[in-house]
Design a protein around this ligand. Structure first.
Ligand SMILES: *Cc1c(COP(=O)(O)O)cnc(C)c1O
Length: 397
């Protein structure tokens, strides 16, 4: 390797973290502590008033009729599928390039996961691949709004209408993002399909201090069904009409989320601001592709972006050694991540002889090219400059 510069981290610079939960907490410490203490003093730990309050607050933030809180984002997906009455053998189409939770719950319910390829620019489920995967057994599509940007929901809802399919949005990574329809109308991610799930895992855009999740829908009947499912299938105490689960958001987590929800837009703005600075530094650099924002109202360099909430800031690196770059970053105190290093169709648990490698050309390529840089609400200019300099130094050598 030729004279690679090793930067001296200035003494004043805060240690760079992939996600800075502590820094974010410091700024809201008093109100969060007071709210948590309220719960402890009231002893209303399970289904207390804070949970109901959070449900109402989130419904009005999203503009959705029903929010049903639950224990985590994986449960939320599973419960949404149970609520829709999907049956063993029903085929559910989802993306090959995502976190395993999505395919895991499909398999757990004895539904048949049908993994399809993604779009090379947005990393989201590919529309033509969905169309090719539809069979008479297909019952649902699960688009994942990966890294903070909505999948092409207008096209997906059209396919769903034509084939009478349910659409379950996995909104774990995109809460707060806006989606713009071709007529200019906007709506929040997670309110675009028939039902959606989200996660409040600490590092998600709206994170609590433990596990948490929720299901959203505008369908009254489905909401009623789901409210029973999360509570052991009970619609009347000790009468179990359907097989349910025990999946609750606890009151302490709801108390924290109530304090954080009013800040979600400013948190997402802070992420977008960091993303814009990254974009400006990397724009035009050969071998680096900045994340593409695909929207009728935005672009990658838009100064007022509201359609990508950057759960991750993910570059594509071509023609240079991605793993070498990751190592260089780590050696210089810059954490980074590869989301995701293995496509789901190649995972031991989800391999299926029906899959053909040619059907996953994009995912198979992306796993070699993607690298995600630190992304959170507390990144400052000095840190971003250091990160971008460290990346560019490697790429230009
Ligand atoms: C985080 C995540 C989940 C699961 O959420 P948990 O709360 O950790 O169960 C599901 N899908 C995607 C895409 C995620 O990123």
């Amino acid at each position: 390797m030729l004279n690679r510069t090793y930067f001296v981290i200035s003494q004043s610079m805060k240690t760079i973290q992939m996600v800075d939960l502590k820094g974010q907490y410091e700024a809201i410490k008093e109100s969060v502590n007071a709210s948590v203490l309220d719960v402890i003093e009231s002893s209303a730990f399970i289904n207390g008033p804070k949970v109901h309050e959070f449900q109402k607050n989130l419904e009005s933030y999203l503009g959705v009729k029903h929010v049903i809180p639950c224990a985590n984002g994986t449960d939320a997906l599973q419960i949404a599928m149970m609520g829709l009455g999907l049956k063993p053998g029903d085929e559910v189409i989802t993306a090959d390039f995502t976190f395993a939770a999505t395919v895991e719950v499909i398999a757990l319910l004895h539904l048949t996961p049908v993994l399809v390829d993604v779009d090379p620019e947005t990393f989201n489920i590919d529309i033509e691949s969905i169309k090719r995967a539809i069979t008479p057994k297909t019952k649902a599509i699960v688009p994942v709004h990966l890294f903070g940007q909505c999948a092409d929901m207008e096209a997906i809802m059209q396919i769903a209408d034509e084939h009478n399919l349910f659409v379950i949005e996995d909104n774990a990574q995109a809460i707060g993002a806006n989606y713009t329809y071709s007529n200019g109308k906007k709506a929040k991610s997670g309110t675009l399909g028939h039902v959606a799930s989200t996660s409040f895992f600490p590092s998600k855009n709206l994170g609590c201090y433990g596990d948490g999740g929720a299901i959203f829908t505008n369908d009254d009947e489905l909401a009623h069904t789901i409210r029973g499912i999360v509570n052991h299938g009970m619609y009347r105490r000790y009468y179990h009409d359907v097989i349910g689960v025990n999946s609750r958001l606890d009151s302490i987590q709801a108390a924290i989320l109530n304090e954080k929800l009013p800040k979600l837009d400013s948190y997402n703005k802070a992420r977008q601001k960091a993303a814009r600075k990254y974009n400006k530094a990397f724009e035009g650099i050969e071998n680096i592709t900045i994340p593409k924002v695909v929207s009728k109202s935005c672009s990658s360099l838009c100064d007022n972006c509201d359609c990508h909430v950057f759960h991750q800031y993910t570059l594509k690196i071509k023609g240079i050694d991605r793993d070498g770059l990751a190592q260089h970053l780590n050696e210089n105190g810059v954490p980074c991540g590869v989301y995701y290093p293995v496509p789901l169709h190649s995972q031991k648990a989800y391999k299926d002889s029906r899959y053909n490698e040619d059907d996953f050309k994009i995912t198979n390529q992306l796993i070699k090219e993607v690298i995600s840089l630190p992304m959170h609400t507390e990144l400052d200019n000095e840190q971003i400059e250091f990160i971008t300099k460290t990346v560019i130094d490697f790429v230009n050598n």
